[in-house]
Design a protein around this ligand. Structure first.
Ligand SMILES: Cc1ncc(C[n+]2csc(CCOP(=O)(O)OP(=O)(O)O)c2C)c(N)n1
Length: 292
């Protein structure tokens, strides 16, 4: 009898490009992030037929149009909730979420903690341009303090939130940060996030030359600093210190944190097996599985 050897198809970045033309403003950082996403998918060898891409609303949320995959362009701020449902229904597929700082941390802010704490097995790529791009320049939760924008003509009165600290605090099991001007670094961080089992959060700083006049590509290029090799990515305290203080004051770029713990679909599967009277049902096992 012959034996069947499963071979993984070699994928190329262009295999993920859809026929929809990519339309963002000239100089927008989102082009660099999209390029990184294509490369990461090819590196991880995920076939388009095995990929679900989901987004909310925003310039960045147009990403699924540009990708060969199953896709859903949902409501503003609600991509994570839809993606959680999709992942539970089809845990055999790869689920990715794409969106902006407004989509994720303004209107979608109520969903972010739950994807993290539940450890939903998906990869969330957040394009942070510090502004609402699609609606032409209102300040966002990551806009720098005092930044002038359409809704803050006298300067923002708020302190920006720290997305990395936020995701670490709520229990994300993979937290990384990149910058759109360094697509190779972003591609590696996204690829590793795709290969991580659990909730992976990749925060990417992406310049908006049309509406964010403070965070230019040059400013970011000078401000980012690679996370040193010796950083212990399994140490939550060290990751939080990096997220808060940066690398000698520079914006940390690289992998801050990665651990493994049971994912939501694993826990649900264990519960469903138990409820349906499966022989292996063991309440203690479910309780043990649900502890980090
Ligand atoms: C319920 C609802 N409220 C408000 C809007 C208007 N709106 C569309 S996109 C957006 C913000 C987009 O900013 P961000 O998520 O940062 O993405 P970017 O466009 O900068 O990539 C807003 C407020 C909407 N579409 N739906």
């Amino acid at each position: 009898m012959g034996c069947v050897i499963a071979t993984k198809k070699m994928m190329k970045p262009r295999d993920y490009k859809s026929e929809v033309p990519v339309v963002w403003c000239p100089g927008c950082g989102h082009y660099g992030v999209l390029d990184a996403i294509y490369r990461a998918l090819a590196g991880a060898g995920i076939e388009p037929s095995q990929l679900i891409s989901i987004s909310g609303i925003g310039c960045s949320s147009r990403t699924p149009y540009f990708l060969h995959s199953y896709k859903m362009h949902t409501l503003h701020g609600r991509a994570g909730a839809v993606a959680t449902g999709a992942q539970l229904a089809r845990p055999d597929l790869t689920v990715m979420v794409f969106g902006g700082d407004g989509d994720g941390f303004s209107i979608g802010g109520g969903h972010m903690p739950h994807m993290a704490r539940k450890n939903v097995n998906m990869t969330y790529v957040l394009f942070d341009n510090g502004i609402y791009g699609l609606t032409k320049g209102q300040y966002s939760p990551t806009s720098p303090s005092a930044m002038k924008a359409y809704t803050t003509p006298y300067g923002s009165p708020d302190e920006p939130l720290n997305p990395l600290l936020y995701m670490l605090t709520y229990g994300a099991t993979y937290v990384a940060q990149g910058f759109a001007g360094k697509p190779s670094v972003c591609a590696k961080l996204i690829q590793d996030g795709l290969q991580h089992k659990g909730f992976s959060y990749i925060h990417i700083l992406s310049q908006c030359p049309s509406f964010n006049t403070v965070d230019s590509v040059e400013t970011y290029r000078e401000a980012v600093a690679a996370i040193p090799d010796g950083h212990d990515t399994s140490n939550l305290g060290d990751a939080m210190t990096l997220a808060r203080d940066g690398v000698n004051g520079g914006i940390p770029m690289g992998l801050l944190y990665q651990i493994t713990r049971p994912t939501l679909d694993e826990r649900m599967h264990a519960i469903v097996q138990g409820v349906s009277g499966h022989k292996g049902y063991d309440l203690n096992r479910i309780i043990t599985l649900s502890r980090p």
